[in-house]
Ligand binder design. Structure first.
Ligand code: ITT
Length: 196
């Protein structure tokens, strides 16, 4: 199939997630490529691993085996340099238990506030075609919670070159620079040459 045909045909990819904020971002990213992102109404199984890629791939494979349709799953996390990469792959649990205020308390008085968001998207087109795409954005942890949009750690993360937190940006703005958008865009580049 020609490159332009892949881009023109509206296709559907299923996203395995329980996070509606993430779903909104993926839908918006998909729309700009004429790709429909549908929520896979399945339980997402998350293994314990220090690798985002492994966590995403396990989830995507188990999802694909139930649904048997092209499907993606993402694992993302916030890596704070002065905390040796914490919470990293444990971001979901840490967000639920400590939240943004908890992270700010741990970092109280710390001058080194550098942190990066990382995303690993695992795409399963069929049982023989499993690909992982990654993206990263670095910036700093704010001194207080700021902004209402987005989800998770967005209100305490200021991307490099900006003064606003992710939660003070629209979905469109966040999607121009985010870890998720970078991983998604590499996936789209790959899909241009690999139809499904
Ligand atoms: P899934 O159902 O897709 O797994 P989740 O919320 O558990 O949703 P992840 O495991 O990928 O998602 O991410 C772990 C946590 O990291 C997530 O709950 C957020 O607290 C945080 N996080 C990840 N990406 C983020 C982003 O773009 N903005 C803010 N926080 C983010």
């Amino acid at each position: 199939m020609l490159k332009r045909d892949v881009l023109r045909k509206p296709k559907t990819l299923y996203l395995l997630t329980n996070n509606d904020g993430k779903l909104r971002e993926f839908r918006e990213l998909g729309a700009s490529h004429s790709l429909k992102i549908a929520k896979a109404g399945l339980e997402k199984l998350e293994i314990q691993s220090s690798s985002l890629e492994e966590i995403a791939t396990y989830a995507a494979l188990t999802g694909y085996l139930s649904l048997r349709k092209p499907l993606l799953a993402e694992d993302a996390g916030l890596f704070i340099q002065s905390l040796n990469g914490f919470p990293g792959p444990y971001s979901s649990y840490v967000f639920k238990t400590l939240g943004n205020e908890g992270i700010l308390r741990i970092m109280d008085g710390m001058n080194l506030r550098r942190a990066c968001f990382r995303s690993a998207i695992s795409l399963v087109l069929d049982i023989q075609t499993i690909k992982v795409f990654t993206g990263e954005i670095c910036g700093s942890i704010s001194n207080k919670v700021r902004g209402k949009s987005g989800f998770g750690f967005d209100p305490i993360f200021i991307p490099e070159g900006y003064t606003r937190t992710f939660a003070e940006m629209s979905v469109k703005e966040k999607n121009k620079i985010s870890h998720r958008a970078k991983a998604f865009n590499s996936m789209m580049e790959w899909l241009e040459n690999n139809s499904f």
